[in-house]
Design a protein around this ligand. Sequence first.
Ligand code: 17E
Ligand code: FE2
Length: 403
Amino acid sequence: MLFKNALIENAADPADIRVENGIFTQIGALSPLEGEDVTDLGNRLVLPPFIESHVHLDTCLTAGDPVWNMSGTLFEGIECWSKRKDKLTHEDIRERVKKVVGMYAEHGIQYIRTHVDVTDPELVAMKAMIELREELKDIMEIQIVAFPQEGILSFPNGKELLREAVEMGADAVGAIPHYEFTREYSVESLDYALRLAADNDKLVDVHCDEIDDEASRGLETVAARALELGLFDKVTASHTTAMHSYNNAYVLKLMRLLKLSRINFVANPLVNTHLQGRADTYPKRRGVTRVKELTEAGINVSFGHDDIRDPWYPMGNGSLRDVVFMGLHVCQMMGYEDIMNSYKFITSNAAKTLHITDHYGIEPGKPACFVVLDARNYYEALSRDSKVTGSYKNGKKIDVPSH
Ligand code: 17E
Ligand code: FE2
């Protein structure tokens, strides 16, 4: 099968893409072979599929049920969710997740890393997600983080529940150091989570310092353990909003450890612009981590949506375009090159975070997965909010399920 006239990753000139048995085999100026199927992409932008590197699928579409988050803080969100969690059922999770996966698929997302709350004695969401990961795999590759929303040491049986979720088949281990009762618990929870991951050959993704407290120092512990346990880039620090407020002298010192540790970062610009700065009067801080500085230091950063219509964020339609758009504004990354390259926050950078680079990317030998946008380059796509006109998996156009 031959795809003609693709502007691959902002290339100025079109190229053709040959796919055989679901694999990219040739990219260049190609003529159809006898009997070969040909699709003309009409000089449209072609990118590797979009990746949602941070979302909570189990909480999506629950905004206002049973109560709305009125303060807009993370902590009230956790309280609202705790009330919703009491009525969680297997079918309820299945219905909402399938709907949201359809929304994502429509916008060219083919991979999702979801955090799933395991501070639930019955692990209802975890059981349903494990089932859905398998069931939805033809349209979405889903990675599950066992996420202890209410703490590992500060929630009854938190350690056991996290371990049980890993044994059930989670792909990654989470933690929430800034929510633990004490600084000592915070450090111990990270020791526990990273050791659990190392012992079970899992990835790590920590909700890390999602608070405006400049003294919140979970990140240094995450990075130090990633280095000491040899986990390196299997580890991701999500949110890290306190880093926005760290003093610059401390960041200067911290950068050395971050580089040595090789950990990844995920920023969630829509949600943290909304949740952070809530204890400030004026001026109000932006609560997004130092994306520009991390990127300039060669550290891997991706962007996530975090929530779609739930207690932490009432908006969202499954498009990552708005995430990138907000990220560029709030991080002040509006130079032309910054804008052109910003698709990497939801493609190749996210692929590194998810550890899927062995089967991701537009190059011969890799599975033929890509998206086509109605634009000539990413600047145009972003500024015009261009539609994804096709999302191809293993050479075949994905039929987006109704949602
Ligand atoms: N839970 C949490 O701790 N932080 C968040 N941003 C969300 C859920 C969405
Ligand atoms: Fe999150």
